[in-house]
Design a protein. Sequence first.
Length: 108
Amino acid sequence: MASSKTTGGPAPSPKRGRPIPRPFAFHWGGGNIIEEASFTGKYTEPAIQLLEYEGEPGSFGVRFCYYSLDGRFQRSPMMLDSAESLDGLRAALKATPKLRALLKRLVT
């Protein structure tokens, strides 16, 4: 992977044809994925997504998930398998201001 000059870590890889926003649906409700930070690693593509529920102003969710390298959503928990994946997600989060702010609230 190429290194990012600004972070010293890997540059985030482009998402594979996943537009933002895009819809999601759960059995209790749906809405749109309005921000997504992802990194294509050696084995998987971990992603952190900001979900905005429809019909409930201000209602949101943060989903930690991953995709297979051929782009299929996986229903298992996301696991980061290397420092490269962690650095790649950190770099990708720079393009997601709302999601980054929520994660900062979580850890500070």
